[in-house]
Design a protein around this ligand. Structure first.
Ligand code: 13P
Length: 247
């Protein structure tokens, strides 16, 4: 099973559901539809209405983040995994670099993953090195640290997906070369195996994926899917990514 996940970030108002309607109608006609899953993470404001609209359809809705506490608390503007699950979301991103750069620590991320799983959310856990870590050959050690500090062997690995998003690639149009990406995805799976033993979670790639460069990623079988930012805000681009992937 492959994943095509659209992360809308700070984008979308109620009428933006039209984008998803188009993706859904493409998917329902696509002969490859049983080979992949489509998940969209809109902002909090749209989760409930999108979940209701796509109930019984094949687009799944997730959250872009969650707070590191379980149910209710006195943290202004925070939204807990329990609250996200209560409106029907099935997934949540955790550890996106946007949120790491705003102060999310490994300890906070571990609680986010723990409480999300406890509330029956599947977790898409994001990791990735920045430009200087890449330049200084620190990619592997950075990813290892990000994974081992947060993911614990007692977590239910069936409900965890890892998204590798090199920070230097997000929104820049720059993507890793094929050889590096292959090596890195093998490294990530190896580290995951040391944590979870057999059957590592799925590993996705994210960072400037679009309808033109998807051909390059298609050849790397270790990559189980994609976390797509900018190109997920256009139904045409998102659909073309899927079309070109299975061409
Ligand atoms: P872009 O596809 O816009 O580079 O964003 C990637 C991303 O951050 C998805 O979470």
């Amino acid at each position: 099973m492959k994943y095509f996940i659209g992360n809308w970030k700070m984008f979308g108002v109620p009428r933006s559901i039209n984008i998803l309607n188009k993706i859904n109608s493409f998917r329902s006609r696509d002969k490859n539809r049983n080979k992949y899953r489509v998940i969209i993470t809109p902002p909090y404001t749209l989760i409930e209405s999108f979940v209701k609209h796509f109930r019984n359809k094949k687009i799944m809705i997730g959250s872009q983040n969650c707070y590191q506490k379980d149910q209710f608390s006195s943290n202004t503007a925070a939204v807990s995994p329990y609250m996200i699950r209560s409106v029907g979301a099935k997934y949540t991103l955790v550890g996106h670099s946007d949120n790491r750069s705003e102060g999310d620590t490994d300890l906070m991320l571990r609680d986010k993953v723990k409480f999300a799983l406890r509330n029956n959310l599947k977790v898409i856990f994001c990791i990735g090195e920045n430009k200087s870590q890449k330049k200084n050959n620190k990619t592997f050690s950075t990813l290892r640290r990000q994974l081992t500090k947060v993911l614990k062997k007692e977590f239910n690995k069936k409900n965890i997906i890892v998204a590798y998003e090199p920070i230097w690639s997000i929104g820049t149009g720059k993507i890793p070369n094929q050889k590096d990406l292959l090596k890195t995805s093998i490294h990530i799976k190896k580290v995951l195996k040391t944590i979870f033993r057999k059957n590592s979670p799925a590993v996705l790639y994210g960072g400037s994926v679009d309808e033109n460069n998807i051909d390059m990623f298609r050849e790397i079988k270790e990559i189980d899917g994609f976390l797509i930012g900018g190109a997920s805000k256009s139904s045409k681009k998102f659909i073309d990514i899927i079309k070109n992937y299975y061409r």
